[in-house]
Design a protein around this ligand. Structure first.
Ligand code: ZN
Ligand code: ZN
Length: 356
């Protein structure tokens, strides 16, 4: 039996769930290994079934672990096939992933699942998915390795006269040329534009005195990396250094505090305390980090309202930023995995205020 299926069943029994429908495609993939775009799994303590459509007949046969595969084809629908499976298994009630089902879908299910009580369940597979297996961590490390090589490759572009757009393309080309996919479309923002945390590259050309922020990542074998560095073009001023050093100090303090059992919200607050010492906390408008894995913004948030508790094997980004309108911004982002007594950095690019 697959490790994920075992984990899901034990979480279900803790939560008093006898049967569960897993429909969020990232959770389906985590649970079964199926990499197609449409499918669902119905899991009970002793039984279960994976359902997909005829486009994925061969792929499902090759990839799905731990559950028998049922394939439907038009005019039948996924919902119809799931409802039939629930009735065949004689289930009186069935939990479903409340966060991932729209009201419209739920209403259509209610008709089809006639006789089977549908009960919303929260954060069952999602929570489990936050803790990565050794194999998943290896894939994330590979994606981080591509991002690190990309950062050193792009250094030669960091000079006056080069456009943000060309830097963005250089990043894209390098990642694709290594046989990886882009985790997301790279962010390259310079000068006053660097005050936009998620701006896309423009035709603006770099000038002396600019902050330049680059945020990019690679996807290797379905797993992502996500790194940000900010540098200054030309000689950094005192103001550049104050902002940049404060962001680095906030990031290092957060990384240093990460260990199992700590609240993600505590780590976020700590980074804000560091920035507050320099009166920069008001310029830090987003959360400190997010879970990273199959999705770039995977389950889990390090922010002021997070209830997540850090656990060994979770992978997070740590990315404080300071954004001052009309002047510019700095963000420094690394990826970490929580270990038994702290955390291990997965991205290793140097953190320097000037290009190398
Ligand atoms: Zn990022
Ligand atoms: Zn990020």
């Amino acid at each position: 039996m697959s490790q994920s299926l075992e984990k899901l069943r034990s979480r279900m029994s803790e939560a008093g769930i006898d049967a569960m429908l897993v429909t969020a495609i990232d959770n389906v993939r985590w649970l079964t290994g199926f990499s197609g775009s449409s499918g669902a799994a119905l899991v009970t303590q002793s039984d279960g079934i994976f359902i997909s459509d005829s486009r994925y007949r061969e792929q499902a046969g090759e990839e799905v672990r731990g559950l028998p595969v049922e394939i439907y084809q038009s005019p039948k629908s996924l919902a119809e096939t799931m409802a039939e499976a629930a009735k065949n298994l004689g289930l009186p009630k069935l939990a479903f992933e409340a966060e991932h089902v729209s009201v419209a879908t739920f209403n259509s299910w209610k008709e089809r699942f006639n006789g089977v009580a549908l009960e919303p369940a929260s954060n069952i597979a999602d929570q489990l998915r936050m803790v990565k297996t050794a194999e998943e961590i290896e894939k994330i490390k590979a994606a981080c390795g591509v991002a690190d090589s990309c950062w050193s490759h792009v250094q030669r572009m960091l000079q006056p006269g080069v456009s943000e757009y060309d830097i963005g393309l250089d990043i894209e080309f390098f990642i694709r040329r290594l046989g990886a996919q882009l985790a997301f479309s790279p962010i390259v923002v310079s000068g006053p534009r660097s005050a936009r945390p998620h701006g896309y590259p423009s035709e603006r050309k770099l000038e002396n005195g600019d902050f330049v922020t680059m945020d990019f990542g690679a996807n290797v074998d379905g797993y992502n990396s996500d790194i940000t560095r900010t540098i200054v073009i030309g000689e950094p001023t005192k103001r550049h250094r104050e902002i940049w050093n404060a962001v680095l100090e906030a990031q290092l303090a957060a990384i240093d505090a990460i260990r199992p059992g700590k609240g993600a919200q505590e780590i976020d607050a700590l980074s804000r305390e560091v920035l507050a010492k320099y009166d920069f906390a008001k310029y830090f408008g987003h959360g400190l980090g997010h879970g990273l894995g199959r999705l770039v913004h995977d389950i889990g948030g390090m922010n002021a309202v997070s209830k997540d508790i850090l656990e060994e094997g979770q992978v997070w980004t740590v990315e404080p930023g300071v954004y001052i309108e009309a002047f510019g911004g700095v963000r420094i982002e690394d990826d970490i995995v929580v270990t038994a007594d702290g955390c291990e950095l997965l991205t290793h690019s140097p953190k320097q205020i000037s290009p190398t």
